[in-house]
Each structure stands twice: as structure tokens, then as C-alpha cells.
Design a binder for this molecule. Structure first.
Ligand SMILES: *Cc1c(COP(=O)(O)O)cnc(C)c1O
Length: 405
């Protein structure tokens, strides 16, 4: 058997009572015979066996140990186990990018003839997989307004096997009721996959709310410093080992051990970084509501977010992202971006550096104006990813940009 992760005996899993900060420093450690304090980087493709019999046993899954990095690697295992410890998931598999995680989770769980339900408001590439790619393999889908539970209910067909959603969603920071959707999915005999990138594992725990699978782009808050691409799929041991692992091993979207090492160390600082970025985002969002030219501020931590009650129920913290609208439509949004001196124009997010993007002309330019309007994406909308700069410097930059409107 090639399909189960064989790893040498490591330290015991961290105590279930430990706080997230502690798990992010101690979770998943596999120490070598040298007793290193910092986690080792095993930048190797393969592993040598002491005897032919060991190789045979390892391929028969009778000997714990690694075979080939496409199947598993100690540094990648440490990243997976640490993230699983934070998420409270039984199992995790790392992937090369967030999209490899989304693709692996979806394709691992569906087959020709199946039907998928998902919201219209989704990260562009996720929507492409569901809308454009899956039909080529005989998997149909229905897209709904994710905030309307009745639409999820009405979309169910006898062939429905999978629900997929992202919340808060990109770029409007609209929130979907995970527990409500999970209940509808399970009543239909379907599984629910949640893309938890915008909330980060710190602020929302989809598995505890009833989701079956959680996916991440580790490229975003988990790296947090704009360096490595990465992704992760978290679920029960049964789902990972029986439905997803073999697909990943045989098709090869594996994470590089180097990236796993960077991301593993980044996890140690996740609460510090995201905590500070969120605090700054909250202050900035409040201050932005009073700046002339900024017409609307959408922030999950504000009482005027249209779904504040759901956010209070479902999330333990708000967001490092702010969506807002400026006067003057596209021209206004361009003037605003071009007047910024500190905040960079980039479609990425979760970085230590604050970044801004104009969704209608970048991440959502594939959609028609009518489709964008249906998603609540106006021509004057901007999405700001708040970094680690001082709040006063960011506010001055935003004020300068608003003055140029
Ligand atoms: C970035 C992102 C992805 C894709 O991740 P990559 O690492 O870029 O492949 C998927 N979903 C959401 C919500 C994202 O923000």
C-alpha cells in the first residue's frame, strides 16, 4: 500500500487542553537524533533504507517511515500536524498552493454524475473549478446566494454530494452561516467543504460548526510575509485517508519541504501577527468611516456589518481585511490607489505589508458588470489587506489617498 502516511514515532500529540498559541509552538515536532530546538528542514526527495527488507516492509505499510517526499516528508508532516493541532482536525495534508488544496478536496470527493452546490461569491479560481472545470468531468453545479439558506435547500438534488463555501468571502466580506449550511448538506447526505482563508484558523473553526473539510491557502496569513505558496486540507482521518490522500499522492500537488519549513515556523507567530493586524484593521475601519470620499466601509468587526449577529455567533475575531467604496467609481478607485505611498497595489493578502486591490479590474475582472453587481462588487470598491505597519502611518496614507479623490 502506498496510500497511508508512514511516519516514525514522534513525541506525543500536544495536550488537548493547551491554548492555540502553545500548540502553534509545540505541535507536530519530530525531533531528530540531534535534539535540535528549532524544527529541522529535511530538504530531500527520498529516503534510504537500511536493508531491502525494510524497503519492502515500508511499501507494504508494515514499517513506519518515509518513502518519497511526494508521499510524505518529516518537515511537511510537522507543518501538517501543527496546523491540525490548531484546527482541532484529526488529519491534515499540505499542498503546493491553496488552489491545489481546493482542487484536491473537491476532486477527491466527487465523481461523474455528482452535483455540487456553492455560492456565487467565491474566490475566482474556486468558482472556475466548480463552474468551468467540473462539468468537463460530468459534475454539475448550482450557484446560490450563500447568505440565503433557502437557496441552499432548494438547490439540493438527488445527485448532490458536495457543498462548498468560503466565508467571509472575497472581496465583499459577506458572511455565510456555516452551521446552517452544514445542516442542510448533511440532511441531503452531502459533505461540506469550507475555504477558511479569510477568517484564518484563529477566528473561525468550521469543523466545530459542522463542516467536514477545511481548506487553506497557506500563502496568505499562514505565511504572513509574502514568501511561500502553500495550501492545506484538514478533515477526519477517514476522509483524508480514504478519499483525499491517494489522489494527492498519485497526482503530485505536494508542498516543497522548504516551503513547509518556512510555513511551520510562520505558524509560531500567527497569533501575534494576525492579532496585531486585526487590531489595526479595526481602528482603521472605524477611522475610515469619517473620511470624506469614503462612502461605505465593510468590516466584520463593526456593528454596522449587515451580518453582525451571525459574525458574533460564528467567529471569535473579525478580519485583517477591510472592503470599502470610494466616490467616483473606477476613476475614483484608481486615483485613490495611485495616491498611496505606503500601501502597495497588489492582489495578494495577509502579508506583513498592507496591500490594496481593486477587485472589478483585477480578481473579478472575469465577470460581467451585471455579475459583479449581483455579487455586490461596485466599480468604486477596494479591498485593503492590513499589514503590520503602525496604524497612524496607514491612516495618514489612506487620508492622503482620499484627499486625491
Ligand atoms: C488565495 C486564495 C485561494 C488560493 O490560494 P493560492 O495559494 O493562491 O493558490 C483560495 N481561496 C481564497 C479565499 C484565497 O484568498
Amino acid at each position: 500500500m502506498l496510500d497511508s502516511k508512514a511516519s516514525p514515532p514522534g513525541p506525543p500529540a500536544p495536550d488537548a487542553d493547551l491554548h492555540p498559541e502553545t500548540r502553534l509552538v509545540h505541535g507536530g515536532i519530530l525531533r531528530s537524533q540531534y535534539g535540535e530546538t528549532a524544527e529541522a528542514l529535511f530538504l530531500t526527495q527520498g529516503f534510504v533504507y537500511d536493508r531491502a527488507e525494510t524497503a519492502e516492509a515500508r511499501f507494504k505499510n508494515e514499517d513506519p517511515g518515509y518513502q518519497y517526499t511526494r508521499y510524505g516528508n518529516p518537515t511537511i508532516s510537522m507543518f501538517e500536524d501543527r496546523l491540525a493541532a490548531l484546527e482541532g482536525a484529526e488529519a491534515c495534508r499540505a499542498t503546493a498552493t491553496g488552489m491545489a488544496a481546493v482542487h484536491g478536496a473537491i476532486v477527491g470527493l466527487v465523481k461523474a454524475g455528482d452535483h455540487v452546490v456553492a455560492p456565487r461569491a467565491m474566490f475566482g479560481s474556486c468558482r472556475w473549478i466548480i463552474e468551468e472545470m467540473l462539468p468537463r468531468f460530468g459534475v454539475t453545479s448550482t450557484l446560490v446566494d450563500g447568505t440565503d439558506l433557502d437557496q441552499w435547500r432548494r438547490a439540493v438534488r438527488p445527485q448532490t454530494t458536495l457543498f462548498f463555501l468560503e466565508t467571509p468571502c472575497n472581496p465583499t466580506l459577506e458572511v455565510i452561516d456555516i452551521a446552517g449550511v452544514a445542516e442542510i448538506a448533511h440532511a441531503a447526505g452531502a459533505l461540506l467543504v469550507v475555504d477558511n482563508v479569510f477568517a484564518s484558523p484563529l477566528y473561525q473553526r468550521p469543523l466545530a460548526l459542522g463542516a467536514d473539510v477545511v481548506v487553506y491557502s497557506a500563502t496568505k496569513h499562514i505565511d504572513g510575509q509574502g514568501r511561500c505558496m502553500g495550501g492545506a486540507i484538514l478533515a477526519s482521518k477517514v476522509l483524508i485517508e480514504e478519499r483525499i490522500q491517494l489522489f494527492l499522492r498519485m497526482t503530485g500537488p505536494s508542498m516543497s519541504p522548504f516551503n513547509a519549513w518556512v510555513l511551520l515556523k510562520s505558524l509560531e507567530l500567527l497569533p501575534l501577527r494576525v492579532g496585531r493586524q486585526t487590531e489595526t484593521a479595526g481602528k482603521l475601519a472605524d477611522a475610515m468611516t469619517a473620511i470624506p470620499g469614503i462612502q461605505k466601509v465593510i468590516y466584520p468587526g463593526r456593528a454596522d456589518h449587515p451580518q453582525a449577529a451571525l459574525i458574533a455567533r460564528q467567529m471569535s475575531g473579525p478580519s485583517t481585511l477591510i472592503a470599502f467604496e470610494v466616490a467616483g467609481g473606477k476613476a475614483g478607485a484608481f486615483r485613490f490607489q495611485n495616491a498611496l505611498k505606503l500601501i502597495g497595489i497588489s492582489n495578494n493578502l495577509g502579508d506583513a505589508k498592507s496591500l490594496i486591490t481593486h477587485p472589478p479590474t483585477t480578481t473579478h475582472s472575469r465577470f460581467t458588470p451585471a455579475e459583479r453587481a449581483a455579487l455586490g462588487i461596485t466599480d468604486g470598491m477596494l479591498r485593503l489587506s492590513v499589514g503590520l505597519e503602525h496604524v497612524d502611518d496607514l491612516l495618514a496614507d489612506v487620508q492622503r489617498a482620499a484627499a486625491a479623490l
